[in-house]
Design a binder for this molecule. Structure first.
Ligand SMILES: C[S@@+](CC[C@H](N)C(=O)[O-])C[C@H]1O[C@@H](n2cnc3c(N)ncnc32)[C@H](O)[C@@H]1O
Length: 275
């Protein structure tokens, strides 16, 4: 069955991006890549994907902006508050038993998920013994994550989410408002290492107690999801936890057997001790 011309063009473009810039989108789900490339094509005024490919190869300056089309940055503080409530009520009691902790936020976007965990761990008295690793492939998102500055009009939603997650303090304790922005307290990130890390091509992190990777795997095809989940399996300590997004699961993964369902509703899994 011959492929559609546009599908061929997309594959060639993704190969070109990989060979020239080492960003590997070849294993992302085609439907979502197609939607994003349509927007990129319009933005860059290209009448076809092949013309966009020519531009990408000869104008490296457009790559950062192209990346922002290819990766979805949407995030919130305490996004899906019941997930954070489950972390607080069910996972934290296990984490308390360790003398030190490592937490990996994979695909942290502009940092909202990281600040949620940093605040939650502070409220639960675990911050002092925890190291956070916040990773993403998008350099602009990582820059914003390091800055921790969000538009003030998002704070109302963040505050509601925080309360619904069982927040023990007022969110306003953690930021300063000025000139239409909320700047989160720098002490929230003193125990965080931000780094450029791709779930497609980079290696494991060692001895992690909790990995939160939410709303990232939905953009990957099955093979790539398996690669990422294998990476999580090898990065976690035995009995360590993995939290996914509400539309993600380990159900069809090659690594299902290595995990037990810890909270089915909240997509939280625990690495088995015997695998
Ligand atoms: C929709 S955001 C999710 C943000 C946050 N985890 C949340 O749930 O609110 C998806 C993030 O995954 C990142 N991402 C995409 N491909 C990735 C990869 N191969 N490795 C690491 N991060 C990736 C994107 O740059 C983007 O910041």
């Amino acid at each position: 069955m011959p492929h559609k011309t546009e599908d061929i063009e997309i594959r060639l473009l993704l190969e070109a991006i990989f060979q020239r810039y080492h960003y590997d989108f070849r294993g992302y789900s085609l439907a979502s890549i197609k939607r994003r490339l349509k927007q990129a094509r319009e933005r860059f005024g290209c009448s076809s994907i092949s013309i966009l490919q020519d531009k990408v190869l000869h104008e490296p300056a457009i790559v950062p902006e192209l990346l922002s089309f290819l990766t979805v940055q949407v995030s919130e503080l305490f996004r899906d508050p019941t997930y954070f409530q489950a972390i607080r009520e069910k996972v934290i009691p296990h984490l308390r038993t360790y003398p030190s902790l490592k937490v990996w936020i994979a695909g942290c976007s502009s940092g909202e998920e990281l600040y949620s965990f940093a605040i939650l761990f502070r409220e639960e008295g675990l911050e002092e013994k925890t190291m956070f690793y916040a990773t993403d492939i998008n350099p602009e998102a990582l820059r914003r994550a390091r800055a921790g500055v969000y538009n003030l009009d998002r704070i109302r939603l963040f505050t509601e989410n925080h309360q619904k997650s069982g927040g023990r303090s007022s969110l306003s304790d953690y930021y300063t408002a000025a000139y239409g922005s909320a700047k989160f307290d720098r002490t929230l990130r003193t125990r965080t290492v931000f780094s450029d890390h791709s779930l497609v091509s980079d290696a494991v992190f060692g001895e992690i107690h909790l990995i939160s990777c939410r709303n990232v795997l939905i953009y990957f095809d099955r093979e790539l999801q398996d690669r990422a989940i294998g990476l999580f399996k090898d990065s976690l300590i035995r009995k360590g936890f993995l939290g996914l997004g509400s539309k993600e699961s380990l159900s069809f993964s090659a690594h299902t057997a290595a995990f037990a369902e810890f909270s089915r509703e909240e997509k939280i899994y625990q690495r088995r001790g015997d695998q």
